[in-house]
Design a protein around this ligand. Structure first.
Ligand code: ZN
Length: 459
């Protein structure tokens, strides 16, 4: 498979692999082909490709021993946290945040670039083709952090949905973050508008699309939440925030706003089919009903929820109610592994711990990580399944090694098994990973920059 990077524009034919299309009817092929042309999928089907235009050269990839799936979509992350991993190891969310805020307050452009590069490289190596990044830490004088992350994503080559986050509710105003780490409300809103205007691409096939995301009920004011929602709707971009992650947050909302987190969100215009929420761990049946009725999406982050001891989200109930559910690795400071493919297994295991062995099937976990994520990001016309006309965002997994080969069902091998090596990762037809190695950036360079940045922040 060597040399793919050198000629990215010629049509590419992937042959001989198992294929899970994850389309609406769940079509799978034991042995099939995918034709990629012009950054999109030109054909996908069983057996060998026929009817291919013989007048143009086609590069063929023998993908025997692999499973092809749509590239995975990560719906919740805080990439900057890559350089503050391994801290506050036994804290709950509020204790963890309180310990980390002062360290995050030292972050500058250089650390953000290093963290984003490392986090994205690691995501690519775990089969992720599209990721969001909810960035809400903007210390005074830190530089243009949002521009830095967008530039780094372009370098790594992943499709990017950065969320311009914000916090304006400091400790003296009843919030959790220290006052010196929050922004003035008007400054945050203006910077959010600026981020949309500079970077968001509304076109089909966009590589960068910006969303709007005040951080949480305990770090963003009501005014910021309301006006951020109005801004997003005025600009036609999506909304993202944390909601119902912990019991402490529920207590905070009841004490401060006199209602549950979901009621609070609805009151502020934060439920809707242009909103996706992170976590949703503590939701009663009323809340699930309101989230479903409004078409609001949910980013499920099972490893992070477990790491912080937050609880297990009612994913079965959310799916049964018709909520679009995607998977998120969440920030690396509360989920040091940071691998998206591992979250399929984690989601399945936690759903079963809560609801028994039928609570989630392997193929449902794969749907969450692909089509479910694409729905959360409003991109399901463009991505999330392997279908003719969709973007050529494709993960090719090696399932013929010691860890997977004797599991006859390749989807079960991917979900129940150890994280499978990525043989090839295409983003819009462009290889980002080949044979388990990044092709766009130097992995050692990512490692050294991240290590330096982490050391600087701890110093
Ligand atoms: Zn988060």
């Amino acid at each position: 498979m060597a040399g793919l990077t050198s000629t990215p524009s010629a049509p590419l034919l992937i042959e001989g692999c198992a294929i899970a299309t994850v389309d609406a009817s769940g079509r799978e092929f034991e042995r099939g082909h995918i034709l990629v042309d012009g950054g999109r999928i030109a054909a996908v089907g069983a057996g060998s490709a026929d009817g291919i235009d013989q007048t143009r050269p086609v590069r063929r990839i023998d993908a025997t021993g692999c499973l092809a799936t749509p590239g995975l979509v990560n719906t919740h992350h805080h990439l900057y946290q890559w350089v503050t991993r391994g801290l506050a190891q036994q804290s709950d969310l509020f204790g963890w945040l309180t310990e980390l805020y002062p360290i995050w307050a030292r972050i500058r452009e250089e650390e953000v670039s290093a963290a984003v590069g490392a986090g994205l490289g690691w995501l690519a190596l775990s089969g992720c083709t599209t990721t969001t990044d909810h960035h809400y830490v903007f210390p005074a004088g830190a530089g243009d952090l949002f521009a830095a992350e967008v530039a780094e994503a372009a370098r790594v080559g992943l499709r990017f949905h950065p969320v311009r986050g914000s916090m304006d509710l400091g400790r003296s105003a009843g919030g959790l973050p220290p006052d010196h780490l929050v922004e003035d409300t008007d400054v945050a809103l203006a910077a959010t508008a600026d981020a949309i205007d500079r970077f968001s691409d509304p076109a089909p096939g966009a590589m960068v699309r910006v969303a709007v995301g005040p951080c949480s009920p305990f770090s963003a004011s009501e005014r910021l939440m309301r006006e951020a929602a109005a801004l997003a709707r005025d600009r036609g971009v999506r909304l993202h925030t944390h909601l119902a992650e912990t019991v402490d947050e529920e207590k905070y909302c009841r004490a401060t706003y006199g209602c549950t987190p979901t009621e609070y969100a609805e009151r502020l215009g934060w439920l809707g089919d242009d909103v996706w929420l992170a976590h949703g761990v503590h939701l009663d049946s009323d809340a699930i009903g309101r989230i479903a009725d409004t078409g609001t999406g949910l980013a499920h982050c099972p490893s992070s929820n477990a790491r912080l001891g937050a609880g297990v989200a009612p994913v079965r109930e959310l799916l049964d109610a018709g909520v679009p559910v995607g998977l998120g690795v969440d920030g690396a400071a509360s989920q040091e592994a940071g691998q998206l493919v591992a979250e399929l297994r984690q989601a399945l295991l936690m759903a079963r711990l809560r609801g028994g062995p039928t609570a989630m099937a392997a193929r449902e976990a794969l749907v969450l990580a692909t089509r479910g994520g694409a729905r959360c990001l409003g991109r399901d016309n463009d991505m999330g399944s392997l279908e003719e006309g969709k973007l050529a965002d494709i993960a090719l997994w090696r399932v013929d090694g010691l860890g997977h080969a004797d599991i006859a069902d390749p989807v079960a091998a991917l979900v129940f098994g150890a994280p499978a090596p990525v043989e090839l990762l295409l983003v819009g037809g462009r290889p980002v990973v080949e044979r388990g190695r990044l092709t766009t950036v130097d992995e050692r360079d990512l490692l050294h920059r991240a290590r330096r940045a982490a050391a600087r922040l701890r110093a």
